[in-house]
Design a binder for this molecule. Structure first.
Ligand code: ADP
Ligand code: MG
Length: 361
């Protein structure tokens, strides 16, 4: 049985993929994902999400949609939705109101993923280690808030926007070692993109990891990436440069003892957030190797050069298989029956993922 899949993304020309547009996708990624979705035996209706009127008009001209594969972070005509943390949820809620279920985590969970303060609060409630942190709001007097931070956490501190993503508002000056640097950083962020709230947290100097987890009832933790110790802060510039296995990073397979610690943290984080289908989390160690979750991504990049595919490829999965695995998980979760072509792909995936897959009791 073939399904109609609405593929929702934010595409901009590659030359414009920076700053607030940095989480948008290129034509190359749109083509690769569209092709993969078709390989799963489904009809694909690609839509570059600009505004709700345009989306409604598009929906009026196509056959009824069974599932939306949504990687859009917001609406291109309201650019603030792309980076202020509201876009992912906004699009899902809109589609739901039109009776269309979506892939990836539901709207309310996306809100949690896109708000670093909320992410930390929820993970903390579930006993998952996050760096000691505090929130600073620009609309209330700063000095008492700074004094409070200094009481709670020792310098060096790391500063990030509450509603960040793709390292927006993060660079080498995000590490502050005294009050003067902290005040200067706050002033910079208040000017840039009109941030209104930031997170101040303990600077963690150890190794950084990123872990991808797929599934719902059964979950697959892909071989995590350990970034080389001299990678430093993953700024948007560093992320744009792409990743080279062996040089900048190491893939940790299930034969490595470190895998189990990272996989356990990923599974607990997925559960705590109430995520669905796919999640990628960033983990960082402190000076003595203790691990902390520093970031949770509900819509991890699905470009062919992104870390999620790099991790998937280590298990032998192809790009087509990775995309269709996400579709399959979403279909089962929404009560849709996958067609035979999709089933065939999934059988191949499961064979490759055996060692990484764990049934949940
Ligand atoms: N507490 C921290 N200590 C040290 N480095 C950090 C800390 N938090 C974030 N970073 C660095 O900044 C990068 C981006 O931060 P992250 O929280 O992942 O936000 P984003 O959503 O922008 O990816 C991380 O990949 C890491 O290199
Ligand atoms: Mg991150």
């Amino acid at each position: 049985m073939s399904h109609n899949i609405l593929f929702v993304f934010n595409r901009v020309p590659t030359s414009e993929k920076k700053g607030i547009w940095s989480e948008c996708v290129s034509s190359k990624t749109v083509s690769a994902i569209s092709m993969a979705l078709r390989e799963g035996g489904n009809q694909v209706f690609p839509l570059n999400a600009r505004n709700f009127e345009q989306m409604d008009k598009f929906l009026g001209h196509i056959p009824p949609i069974d599932l939306a594969f949504v990687i859009a972070e917001g609406l291109l005509d309201s650019p603030e939705t792309l980076y202020n943390g509201t876009g992912c949820a906004l699009i899902r809620t809109f589609l739901e109101s039109r009776g269309i279920p979506s892939t990836h985590s539901p709207a309310d969970k996306m809100e949690v993923c896109r708000n670093k303060a909320l992410t930390y609060e929820i993970l903390n409630q579930h006993g998952i280690p996050v760096p000691p942190n505090s929130r600073i709001t620009f609309s209330t007097p700063l000095q008492p808030q700074i004094a409070m931070v200094e009481q709670l956490i020792d310098y060096p501190l790391f500063i990030k926007p509450v509603a960040g993503g793709n390292s927006l508002g993060i660079d080498e000056n995000s590490v502050v070692r005294n009050r003067r640097q902290l005040e200067r950083r706050i002033a910079t962020l208040a000017e840039e993109l009109n941030y209104t709230e930031i997170i101040v947290e303990k600077y963690l100097e150890g190794q950084e990891y990123t872990v991808g987890i797929l599934g719902n009832i059964s979950k697959t933790v892909l071989p995590p990436i350990a970034f080389s110790l001299d990678t430093g802060i993953r700024t948007s510039h560093a992320k744009r440069k792409g990743l080279k296995a062996g040089e900048d990073l190491e893939l940790i397979t299930c034969h490595d003892l470190r895998f189990f610690r990272l996989a356990e943290l990923a599974r607990r984080t997925f559960e705590a957030i109430g995520a669905a289908d796919v999640l990628r989390l960033d983990i960082k160690a402190n000076h003595d190797g203790q691990l902390y979750v520093i970031d949770v991504n509900g819509t991890p990049s699905l470009s062919t050069s992104a870390s999620l595919f790099l991790m998937a490829r280590e298990t032998g999965l192809t790009f087509i298989e990775l995309i269709n695995l996400i579709v399959y998980e979403a279909m089962i979760r929404h009560g849709l029956t996958p067609g035979p072509k999709l089933e065939d792909i999934i059988v191949k995936c499961l064979g490759k993922l055996n060692a990484y897959r764990q049934e949940v009791a």
